[in-house]
Design a protein around this ligand. Structure first.
Ligand code: MTE
Ligand code: MO
Length: 383
């Protein structure tokens, strides 16, 4: 593989793997703004960053189970109505390092920052699919169980040098309310190379792995995508399954993200002076479920206090889809008095009353995905 044309990156990023480039910002950077700056947004790649230098000639096909396959150019996508959707992207491997401390798992190690909240600008996939005669989802639409596969330009070793790919159900792709985008902007600027220039998919509410970067083609298919990252990775197994007894076909590819929250203002082990501290962090759930509540404990989980929540800087957050960014995160904050050394814990509750699991051991899985266990940090109080 050729890594000689990688883009420049922010020096603050903690690099978890150099080739392919996988890196995350310090956790404190995540809570300094509601919208994560592009250069600090985590980067998750499986191969070299593709070079697309002639934007006029860039195009992608839509093929498969349709009457008239089409080749679309950037101007065709830009002619469609533009939407700005604020949505998190979170890698299924976020918090993997903590999971591997209980029992070893395979995969790139991530701390708590393989997540970011961005404003994605682009066309709705539902509008794009209409250009090839696929109707938008209505109560009478039959999707026939079909799927929409996204194939990238990049090349990765897991696909034996072939492109990264993934799929979502057609019923989600054609639903305007699902806000699936072909995005060409991130935070109001053209996508940069790391994040999928010139065009990427954004599937809100779903693990990051389905938001394919550097789009090369869209295929309408009868069954879900048979690629490595759908069938041999990013599946959630029970703790009893290990590498010697795994049968990949027994599980579905992971789609929606479960409820998650993380304390970002404190490191795993942090020394502080006795007195008041303000604890801040992020909380988010998948599937468009909002955050109903964030509980913080300053005694290792014996008693709980409710943190205040906000979306958009300073505006208190109400768990109501009409008035909130339903695909975005909420930031939480609480000021507490910490007189002596203790364990501080956060757990969130989503709008379906789903709660984070207490212990990481109970959700341990061999690929180390979806670590959404209570987030715990140790504070050492010195005088
Ligand atoms: N798309 C392509 N083409 N190649 C990739 O390696 N990685 C996926 C997804 N889309 C990937 C991809 C994974 S696992 C994640 S978590 C997100 O992109 C990360 O997106 P980001 O780098 O913009 O944060
Ligand atoms: Mo990921």
């Amino acid at each position: 593989s050729d890594y000689s044309q990688e883009p420049p990156r922010h020096p603050c990023l903690q690099i978890n793997s150099k080739e392919p480039f996988n890196a995350e910002p310090p956790r404190s950077a995540l809570v300094s703004s509601y919208v994560t700056p592009v250069d600090l947004f985590y980067k998750r790649n499986h191969g070299p960053i593709p070079v697309v230098d002639d934007i006029e000639r860039y195009c992608f096909d839509i093929t498969g189970l349709i009457q008239t396959p089409k080749n679309l150019y950037m101007r065709d996508v830009r002619m469609l109505p533009k939407y700005n959707v604020t949505a998190i992207l979170q890698c299924a491997g976020n918090r993997r390092t903590a999971m591997s401390k209980t029992r070893k798992v395979r995969g790139v190690g991530w701390d708590v920052s393989a997540i970011g909240n961005a404003v994605w600008g682009g066309a709705k996939l539902a509008d794009v699919l209409e250009l090839v005669g696929i109707p938008k989802l209505t109560s009478r639409t039959q999707s026939g169980g079909k799927h929409v596969e996204f194939v990238s330009i990049d090349k990765c070793k897991e696909e034996n040098g072939g492109p990264y790919k993934a799929s979502i159900p057609l019923i989600q792709a054609t639903n305007p309310e699902a806000d699936v985008l072909l995005a060409y902007e991130m935070n109001g600027e053209p996508l940069n190379r790391d994040h999928g220039y010139p065009l990427r998919v954004i599937v809100p509410g779903v693990i990051g792995a389905r938001s394919v970067k550097w789009l090369d083609s869209i295929n309408i298919i009868a069954e879900e995508c048979q690629g490595f990252f759908m069938q041999k990775d990013y599946k959630m197994f029970p703790p009893s399954v290990d590498w010697d007894n795994i049968n990949w076909s027994t599980r579905r590819p992971q789609m929606d993200f479960p409820v998650q929250s993380v304390i970002c203002s404190l490191e795993d082990v942090q020394s502080i002076k006795p007195g008041k501290i303000t604890i801040t962090g992020y909380a988010a759930s998948g599937g468009g479920r909002g955050i109903e509540r964030v509980d913080v404990s300053i005694d290792g989980g014996k008693t709980w206090l409710e943190a205040s929540r906000s979306q958009k800087t300073g505006i208190p957050y109400i768990s109501d889809h009409e008035s909130s960014d339903k695909w975005a995160w909420v930031l939480f904050e609480i000021t507490v008095d910490i007189p002596h050394s203790t364990e501080i814990v956060a757990k969130a509750v989503d709008s379906a009353a789903n709660v984070q699991p207490e212990n990481v051991q109970d959700i341990w899985n061999l690929r180390g995905i979806l670590n959404t266990s209570w987030h715990r940090v140790q504070v050492r109080v010195g005088h």
